[in-house]
Design a binder for this molecule. Structure first.
Ligand SMILES: [Zn+2]
Length: 207
């Protein structure tokens, strides 16, 4: 069974999720906002094996290099444009905030819609392409958790005005996410609190 802990990056109010299991020394991250606190909190025998990036906006990737410097074997998963944008501070918008972030090294792995990554014998993650907020947005399903990044934030209208945003695609993505949730699903967004699916407005997007 997976344990999920939410860390809030104070400077940008973005969430990074730490995933762990009692049967594994490897741990996994969803996004890489402010990660130094996460790294410092790990036991000496634990290590970050993978990071799954929901989308490459600066507030979700700000400390990606800290992870790779500490754990050089760490694999970074993202969509095609996400992996491209990780290496461009203009594309990931960090340049405009005077905090340029570009991925310096590390093993990047393309993840596509429907891909399944096995984290351990009993834990697997499924990726869903959910464009709209950005073209590179992915949503990740793992047990009864769904990590939506900025593709869906409960009770907030998805921002589609930034580069590669698209309102119609966003609506389609919200429908896709909703269709894969049930009453036990825990919505874990890129900003704000987690919610049970049934307590959110996501169900209103069901066709
Ligand atoms: Zn964003």
């Amino acid at each position: 069974m997976i344990n999920v802990k939410r860390f809030v990056c104070e400077s940008f109010d973005s969430n990074t999720y730490l995933l762990s299991s009692s049967t594994s020394k490897a741990v996994w991250l969803i996004d890489a906002g402010c990660t130094s606190g996460i790294i410092d909190g790990l036991n000496s025998n634990q290590y970050i094996e993978c990071v799954f990036i929901t989308h490459a906006h600066f507030d979700h990737i700000f400390q990606i290099n800290e992870i790779v410097n500490r754990y050089p074997e760490c694999r970074i998963y993202g969509s095609v444009s996400c992996l491209e944008n990780l290496s461009s501070s203009k594309a990931n918008l960090s340049w405009y905030r005077d905090i340029p972030v570009e991925l310096q090294k590390g093993e990047t792995n393309l993840i596509q819609c429907g891909d399944i990554v096995h984290l351990s014998e009993e834990i697997s993650l499924m990726a869903l392409h959910t464009p709209g907020h950005t073209e590179d947005s992915m949503t990740f399903f793992l047990e009864n958790y769904v990590f939506t990044g900025d593709a869906y934030i409960p009770f907030l209208k998805t921002i589609t005005k930034l580069k590669s945003g698209n309102k119609d695609k966003s609506l389609e993505s919200l429908r896709k996410i909703a269709s894969l949730c049930d009453s036990s699903t825990i919505i874990s967004p890129g900003h704000g609190n987690t919610y049970l699916y049934s307590d959110t407005d996501l169900k209103t997007y069901l066709l």
